[in-house]
Ligand binder design. Sequence first.
Ligand code: MSP
Length: 471
Amino acid sequence: MTKKYVTTAIPYVNGKPHIGHAVDYCLADVCARYYRLLGDEVRFQAGTDEHGNKIFQKAEDLNIPVQEYVDKNSEKFKEFIKLLGISNTDFIRTTNQEHERRCQEIWRRLASHIYLANYEGWYCTGCERFVTDKEYEENDGVCPDHQKPYEKLEEENYYLRIADFKDEIKEAIVSEKMKILPEFRKNEILKLLDDSPDVSISRPKSQLTWGVTVPDDENQVMYVWIDALSNYITVLGYPEEEISAWWPAAAQFVGKDILRFHAIIWPAMLIGLDLPLPKVLVSHGMILADGQKMSKSIGNVVDPLEVLNKYGLDAFRYYFLRHIDTFMDSDFTWEKFESAYNNELANDLGNLVQRLAVLASKNGVKLDKHSQLEMSVEYRELMDNFEFSKAFDYVWVKVQNINRKIDEDKPWVLAKNGEVEKLRNCLNSLILELLNVNYMLSPFIPETAEKISKIFDGKIEPPEMPLFPKS
Ligand code: MSP
């Protein structure tokens, strides 16, 4: 049995979860469930990022003690993960004391690559990111993602000497020892890496107190990204515990907006710690609402709980894993969602299960003992390459093919004509095909897959309620 480690980006807790946050979780969950089908033992981290300016300011604005504020919001993410059926094995919070202590130890171990200097430049609190003069000029001093002017900072900071690691990171990306997906993002990152200055990795406490204190310097706290990126290994117990059974991660899932932190700062930290780099960084696209970035000011933020309460867990996962492209930006609209639900989930899959179960139970057909369920080679290839939305499309064509085959084979005619043996064979082969397809669907819509398995296990009983009642 191979051990595999899968990670998700840990969201900031300066608000409640939105549908965009579901993407990391759902993709990583498909990956984890797929590895388990292959027989691997999987460790799967999720968690919350709870330090930094953005969160501190929000708690201040709301006049709530910041720890109380992050406790409350972290819980909302935990509940959200449960509602999405995510099979994570670990949940880490960056305000956890163990995590903070481990971050300090990580800092100590990186000390030979860290130096103190004056910083004079720009910062975006929305991104929690220092911005180069070139970017400042290109964007006319306003962050394009947050539509807020960059803040001028003049302070003493610790720096991580990225120059110490550039060649090794570059080599790892080019040779695909650390693979970046999708492929076209690789060149973007190589260019950023070439231009990357040393990174400021602390803030003076006079400016920000909400963070992990820099070891041996009471006047500084760590830059939130140093603390956040460390979560991937502190959750495994680093540095006290031996992590080589799990680390390097088999796959780390992040949005394209934060790939740069994971492909530059994170590998620099790992090399500095003498740890191997993750095998794959999978960067997904953004979910847009009606073609636009979701934002509170536009008023187009879609509440995931509304979708989940109205349509259920697997309807949510179905849309977000099939119609939201794994790598590219994709749109969410209620119209598209409802059409996918009614025409695909309810018609293609729900009706298929109902039809086959009714035919089998009416005619007293029981399933023959069958051999091991199998994943096809095409499916394996797509899944191994993290092409999850394509793999889901591929399986869905198989669902539609079974529907077509029923219409061609017309088992109801066989039943009417009393052709018992032919009917039994026909239903047997259709149901076996369905169960095999169901096996490949199981990483995507696990709850439904389990229901389908149960329906056809032993005495076949049609479900009392349709799997996906029409809306
Ligand atoms: N706290 C950092 C991550 C630290 S990881 C060591 C952060 N948090 S976030 O809340 O802004 O984003 C969390 C994840 O959600 C990121 O992977 C981000 O790309 C993803 N998404 C946030 N909005 C999104 C969409 N609208 N669509 C898809 N994913 C989006 O960054």
